[in-house]
Every structure is written in C-alpha cells, then in structure tokens.
Design a protein around this ligand. Sequence first.
Ligand SMILES: Cc1cc2nc3c(=O)[nH]c(=O)nc-3n(C[C@H](O)[C@H](O)[C@H](O)COP(=O)(O)O)c2cc1C
Length: 170
Amino acid sequence: MTTLAEFETDQTVDPQEFRQAMKFVPTPVAIVTAMTEDGPVGMTVGSFTSVSLSPTLVTFFVDVSSTTWPRLKTSPTFTINVLGHDKGDLCRAFSRKGSDRFDGVDWSVNKSGNPVLADASVSLECTTYSTLILGDHVQVVGEVRGFEVHDEGMPLVFFNGSFLDLADRA
Ligand SMILES: Cc1cc2nc3c(=O)[nH]c(=O)nc-3n(C[C@H](O)[C@H](O)[C@H](O)COP(=O)(O)O)c2cc1C
C-alpha cells in the first residue's frame, strides 16, 4: 500500500544547496535486496535506520525515479544487508546502473526467499509494513521478522562523497 502524503510547503531552501549541506551528515550503507519473478534485485541505500522496538520497525527512503524500486516493491518482503567498513566495492556495485549487480557477488537465500549477501555485517528480514510518498522519495517501513549479526566490526560510513576510513579502528 502506498499513501500519498499531501503537505503544504512554502519551500525557501534551494534543493542543490540542501544536498551539499547533507553531504556532511554521515550515513550508514546498506543494500536492500528482494527476490522477484525475474530474479534477485538489490540497491544501495544510505537512508536505512531503525524506527521502533515494539513493533520492530526499520525504514529506508527510495528516490521515486529509481528503476529498482518498481521491481523491489513486487515482493512483500525484503532484506537489509548492512555493510562493514571494507565493503565499498559492494556499495558501488549496487548503486551502478545497467549492470548485473549480483555478478560475482556471494549470496544465499534466507527464510523469506531474499538474497543475503555473504559480506553483510548484519542482515534483517523484513515484511513491508507501510510505504509513503514524501516529496521525491518513497519511505519504506519494514517490520523486522528475523536478523543475524555476521560481523561486529566497524561499519561502512559514507561522508562528504566518499567512505570514512575506519580500517584502523576495526
Ligand atoms: C552511498 C550511497 C547511498 C545511497 N542511498 C540511496 C538512498 O537512500 N535512496 C535511494 O533511492 N538511492 C540511494 N543511492 C543511489 C542508489 O543506490 C542508485 O542510484 C540506484 O539504485 C540506481 O538507480 P536505479 O534504482 O534506477 O537502478 C545511494 C547511493 C550510494 C552510493
């Protein structure tokens, strides 16, 4: 279900200047995966965060122009694969357009039937709880049905257009 939230806005901030400022807000990096009739799909998101403990909810935001989202949303479930500090290559592979993002990637299928990347540090199995159009993004909220912590090392963090070098803290 997608709800269109209609809010009155009187925008006073330039979107590109806003984007520049947001570069200085660090984000985690996760790959959202799902299994569809046409095979596995996945995309990199920096907008993943937890929402609620009871029920266990998480969220991420997808650009309405994403070509991955129309395929991802055909699945009632999805998996969040959180990346560790040395998995920048996976981040790039799953944000690249027009390529087979799973090519050369080691993955297996979890109970929900979705791909779990072997290199994920944390994987969370989710059912879609709600979706909401907010401006030029769709907020996807998932209810977590199961999770695994595969690696307790340092996370991959995106900041000012590149990855923070957290290797020496691992
Ligand atoms: C570090 C990083 C974080 C990203 N975060 C998001 C995000 O939160 N939401 C989003 O829609 N796209 C995000 N992207 C872009 C998508 O991964 C990518 O552009 C998209 O999957 C490619 O377009 P497609 O969906 O049409 O294939 C991010 C890319 C990178 C490199």
